[in-house]
Design a protein around this ligand. Structure first.
Ligand SMILES: Nc1nc2c(ncn2[C@@H]2O[C@H](COP(=O)(O)OP(=O)(O)OP(=O)(O)O)[C@@H](O)[C@H]2O)c(=O)[nH]1
Ligand SMILES: [Zn+2]
Length: 307
């Protein structure tokens, strides 16, 4: 049929160097298994691509469209693309089990560095015993201006949808969270046929049992004038940000910004310099010591980068 026809599409899943692309070829809408030319593997979920059909359900990605944003994480040796073109990042936490402040702040830093808006979603508010303590812990982020939305996927599904749906409208949102926070429960509420879509993707990319280890994009309200998308990324423990330079780091901690340029040394690292405006704010309790410690850690990591 459309052999060698040219089309455009959006990458909806990535597994190794295999991608599933929701493509438009002529007037047809198709899901295509795609590869890139050569050894390139710099395609991310959310990328808009140009492609060429090689069989009725397969294609080759020819070009990646300009990206409005790119989220990635990295360790000492390499970086890993998380998603392209997202407009906002939702960090899912819960009253129980406990969440990691380190992971929240790393996600916030990644969002700031890519120009993506960040929100926190507090799930499982029905676990009333743990709620006051959790709210208090999240106050650190709320006071920095990050919105915190309280929901309960299991106990109050309708209210949860009523809270989240307006926020998702016309946006491309990536959900990240540690295992057990209820991210899958939230996705299933927002995208009622998520399970079917996941099985389809799994079959197409032949991921076998590893259904939860790949990032995938769900299109919502696709046929309306305000299409949106939700990206589910697999839970991860590590969120390395070795790629961020010192300048990017100090700007990614938004509470540092009123102090930048006010240190004694113009090239202050805010580590242990005298008359450092950032350190003085930490001492005065205006910047949380926990956040400053993470800044120190991230600065250390970025100096270890080997690639
Ligand atoms: N009490 C309560 N439990 C919830 C709520 N939402 C999800 N859970 C439960 O929390 C557990 C984890 O939920 P999942 O949706 O599987 O969490 P996840 O974050 O996707 O975790 P992984 O699948 O491990 O990545 C399940 O037992 C859910 O039933 C909630 O609002 N309240
Ligand atoms: Zn300083």
């Amino acid at each position: 049929m459309l052999d060698h026809a040219i089309g455009t599409g959006i990458v909806i899943a990535a597994h190794g160097r295999h991608y599933l692309v929701h493509a438009t070829v002529g007037s047809e809408s198709l899901k295509l298994q795609c590869v890139t030319r050569g050894k390139k593997s710099d395609v991310a979920v959310g990328d808009r691509v140009n492609l060429k059909l090689t069989s009725p359900n397969q294609g080759v990605i020819e070009a990646i469209g300009e990206r409005h944003s790119l989220l990635y994480r990295s360790d000492q040796y390499k970086s890993k693309l998380l998603a392209a073109n997202v407009t906002q990042l939702f960090i899912v936490v819960a009253t129980e089990p406990g969440f990691s402040d380190d992971l929240i702040s790393r996600a916030l830093v990644a969002a700031e560095a890519s120009g993506v808006t960040a929100h926190i979603v507090l799930n499982k508010t029905d676990i009333a015993d743990a709620l006051p303590k959790t709210r208090q812990r999240l106050q650190t982020y709320a006071s920095l201006g990050y919105p915190v939305h309280e929901v309960s996927a299991r106990a109050f599904p309708e209210q949860t949808c009523a809270t989240l749906m307006p926020l998702l409208k016309s946006q491309s949102t990536i959900l990240i969270g540690q295992s057990g926070m209820g991210k899958s429960s939230l996705i299933n509420l927002i995208v009622p046929d998520a399970d079917i879509a996941t099985r389809e993707i799994s079959a197409a990319l032949d991921t076998g049992k590893h259904t939860t280890t790949f990032t995938r994009l769900y299109e919502i309200d696709a046929d309306t004038d305000s299409p949106a998308s939700i990206i589910d990324s697999p839970g991860f423990q590590e969120f390395g940000l070795y790629q961020l330079s010192e300048g990017m780091l100090e700007r990614a901690f938004r509470e540092f910004s009123p102090r930048l340029g006010k240190c004694k040394f113009y090239n202050c690292h805010h580590l242990n310099e005298p008359n450092c405006a950032v350190l003085e704010a930490v001492k005065a309790g205006e910047i949380s010591a926990m956040r400053h410690q993470l800044y120190v850690q991230l600065l250390h990591e970025s100096s270890q980068k080997l690639y």
